[in-house]
Design a protein around this ligand. Structure first.
Ligand SMILES: N[C@H](CCC[C@H](N)C(=O)O)C(=O)O
Length: 257
């Protein structure tokens, strides 16, 4: 048996097992262990596992795993990683860290983390829907009311459709509240279920609204809390994209595996 020390963080209800793996003791190849840690009955319970490791070029590297062991950029997880790195005294209130899609910068302001996302220069319109990659792929569908849909059944049908079944896609259902506010529910690839919020999904949702009208900021009302996305749009290309929201420690513990 081995003992793993961990911290639990959440960003607007998207929750993660955080492990300080600068000593490289955690076996990243053990995907069944990743799934076990995420299991809400037999493990710790989380939407993903995040390892903090040394980086030769940045303050630290974050390595994100979905519960099924797949990897992607995780926006809320990145915000939690920044807050965790500050707790570990790796950084103070500003950082440049490495993630699966390259380096990101971020800034801590109280409970909030401002995470700079990579520019988005292309997207696809599929009928009235959108496909936008913000570090992970997102299918965007606008609906009359997010309270009357079944995000798991409808999300699964898109995620496992012929076009997306092999690589998967996250599916976001949006309801317009006003000109710059959206209600959002997300079916997440790799979780294969609904999460209470999805950072890269909120970012894609905000950009989809920015394609429909002149905006520089969108409020996202997710099931787990409020996120804001600021951006600049020029010639249909998005830059200066910031995902802004809270990231908080919940508890720490040890697990025997
Ligand atoms: N499940 C997503 C990655 C995590 C996205 C979400 N948790 C976020 O905050 O961006 C995927 O495999 O594309």
């Amino acid at each position: 048996m081995a003992t793993i020390s961990f911290y639990k963080y959440q960003g607007t209800g998207n929750d993660f097992v955080m492990i300080d793996n600068r000593d490289q003791r955690f076996d990243k190849s053990n995907l069944s262990l990743i799934s076990h840690l995420c299991d809400r009955r037999f493990g710790i319970g989380a939407d993903g596992v995040i390892l903090i490791e040394e980086s030769a070029s940045s303050d630290f590297e974050m390595i994100y795993f979905n519960p099924d062991g797949s990897q992607s950029l995780c926006g809320n997880g990145s915000r939690c990683a920044v807050m965790f790195a500050c707790f570990l005294q790796i950084i103070e209130d500003e950082t440049a860290f490495m993630a699966i899609d390259g380096e990101h910068t971020a800034r801590i302001d109280g409970d909030l983390v401002h995470l700079k996302m990579h520019d988005v220069e292309s997207y696809e319109e599929i009928g009235e829907d959108y496909l936008i990659d913000t570090g992970s792929p997102h299918y965007i569908k606008y609906v009359e009311s997010i309270d009357t849909i079944d995000p798991i059944a409808e999300g699964r049908s898109i995620r496992y459709s012929e076009r997306f079944s092999e690589k998967g896609v996250n599916v976001n259902f949006l309801e317009k509240v006003n000109t710059n506010t959206l209600n959002i529910r997300t079916y997440e690839r790799g979780v294969e279920g609904e999460t209470l919020s999805c950072g890269t999904g909120c970012t894609a949702a905000a950009l989809s609204l920015g394609l429909q009208q002149e905006l520089a900021s969108v409020n996202l009302q997710a099931q787990g809390g409020l996120l804001r996305v600021d951006f600049k749009k020029e010639n249909g290309r998005f830059s200066n994209i910031y995902l802004i929201g809270p990231a908080k420690a919940v508890f720490q513990g040890q697990i025997e595996v």
